[in-house]
Design a protein around this ligand. Structure first.
Ligand code: MN
Ligand code: MN
Length: 471
């Protein structure tokens, strides 16, 4: 019997955790850092879904994409984009024979947890003017008081004019803030659970304190704020009813750590996947298969709504492409195309947090720096509220990732029965195509600043590019 070399055997048989930095050459390390600079610029100019889409359109045009609506006919190799209500965006590179070959789709979301202004937000109390808010998506409410906040959004005035507002991002801008109780008087508050400590109706934004001079006016500070809003934006109080105004963290994307290997920013769930998939479609080799990169809205509240993943907008876009390529199109055919297609639900996952080991399954969690994470399924409680990728599809993607030297890991959102969460994968799966979740691991997901690894971000970019090129 020859002596067995167990070190070789271990290398062959055991699925070891990887570190993407270990596998990067010095040249690649530079590329990873350079890629992060572009990503930071995008994060800083795209804090709402509307801003993300505006930014995406500019970049699409700069990369030779044309508005689908303006194209009469489409040929193989044409690059087009389409927009839904300014809040979702799709980039398409036309392949050969879409009706027969289907498409490769990477779908991410550009909405992010934040605070929306209520429809009637403005009031004053005890010498302070406030905006009332209603949170959007899954936030931990205690994280929002005492941090600098910015106001972003649009107001449609009574005359139909659209006013865009962004305050709190430039150094010279004022910021906004939610106050918290001083510890000296916080004894009762501190006995509450983190969930109850700060309530939704306490998430009121301090916006001013200067009254108008006329003491006969009942709410002098409120009127002063309205006077300001009217003089700068032409806004009256009733216009809040036709507005989409969001409160976000007033922070820039920053390098994190002495070694700058990490990145902290607002809204990386899921703009890290949106940005990387966009760069991937810009840089992918053209393929026989049509390539589709879709940014969707409303994921954080269940993908409901006309700009969410449950909307039939994607069907309409594919039908339009079929029509413009001269391929036969009726509604039945659209779903036949979906059946031949394959997708990645590009969304973030929880990275293993050593301070909170107890919620993770350490053998099945994604780790920071270990590459892009592929999740066979998400969901919770017995795999509810999720789709699951088939063994066959998982194999196909493994092969593509390995062939393209993408550093990847498997991921899973926490221990079984710990909680969990869903993605848009299940809404794609409804259209009867193959879909798997693949994205970047995030620390303190849904917090006003979230942490990712720059190398995982770069691996996601490489993974999506390889997927777009996959036949
Ligand atoms: Mn997400
Ligand atoms: Mn999320």
């Amino acid at each position: 019997m020859p002596k067995i070399n167990y070190q070789q055997l271990e290398k062959k048989l055991v699925n070891a955790k990887r570190n993407a930095w270990d596998e990067a050459t010095d040249k690649e390390k530079k590329e990873i850092m350079t890629f992060a600079e572009g990503y930071k610029d995008y994060l800083n100019s795209a804090k709402t879904e509307r801003e993300a889409v505006t930014c995406g359109i500019e970049l699409a045009q700069a990369n030779g994409f044309k508005n689908l609506e303006s194209c009469e006919n489409l040929q193989t190799g044409d690059k087009v984009y389409a927009v839904n209500r300014g809040k979702s965006l799709v980039f398409i590179v036309i392949g050969k024979n879409l009706a027969v070959a289907g498409f490769n789709l990477v779908m991410s979301h550009v909405d992010t947890p934040h605070l929306d202004l209520k429809v009637n937000p403005l009031y004053e109390d005890a010498g302070i003017a406030y905006f009332k808010t209603h949170y959007y998506g899954g936030i931990k409410k205690y994280q929002w008081p005492t941090i600098p906040l910015a106001l972003h959004g649009v107001v449609i005035l009574a005359n139909g004019k659209k006013v865009e507002i962004t305050i709190g991002e430039k150094d010279a801008d004022p910021i906004f803030m939610i106050s918290d109780l001083l510890p000296h008087l916080g004894r009762e508050q501190l006995k509450k659970t983190l969930e109850e400590g700060v309530t939704a109706e306490e998430l009121n934004i301090v916006i001013g304190s200067l009254p108008v001079a006329d003491k006969n006016i009942k709410e002098r500070i409120k009127l002063a704020i309205l006077e300001h809003l009217n003089s700068v934006y032409g806004l009256i109080e009733a216009d809040f009813a036709s507005a989409e105004l969001q409160i976000v963290a007033a922070s820039k994307a920053r390098d994190l750590g002495f070694d700058r290997s990490l990145l902290a920013a607002f809204g990386q769930d899921d703009r890290v996947c949106a940005y990387t998939s966009m760069q991937a479609i810009f840089n992918a080799k053209k393929s026989a298969r049509t390539q589709v990169c879709l940014w969707i809205d409303r994921e954080e509240i269940g993908s409901e709504g006309n700009t969410g993943a449950q909307s039939f907008w994607l069907e309409n876009v594919i039908a339009a492409v079929l029509e413009k390529t001269g391929e036969n199109a009726n509604f039945k055919d659209v779903y036949k195309v979906f059946e031949k297609s394959q997708a990645i639900s590009a969304d973030v996952t929880a990275a293993f947090d050593p301070d909170y080991k107890e919620v993770h399954d350490p053998r099945n969690a994604a780790y920071l720096g270990a590459g892009v994470a592929m999740e066979k399924h998400t969901g919770h409680r017995g795999k509810a509220m999720t789709s699951e990728a088939s063994a066959e599809y998982m194999q196909k993607l493994r092969e593509v990732l390995d062939k393209n030297k993408v550093v990847w890991q498997t991921g899973g959102l926490g221990k079984v029965d710990q909680g969990g969460g869903g993605t848009i994968a299940m809404f794609l799966a409804k259209r009867n195509l193959d879909v798997v979740d693949m994205g970047v691991g995030v620390l303190n997901m849904h917090a006003p600043m979230e942490i990712v690894s720059k190398t995982d971000t770069y691996q996601a970019y490489k993974a999506y590019q390889a997927f777009f090129e996959m036949v």
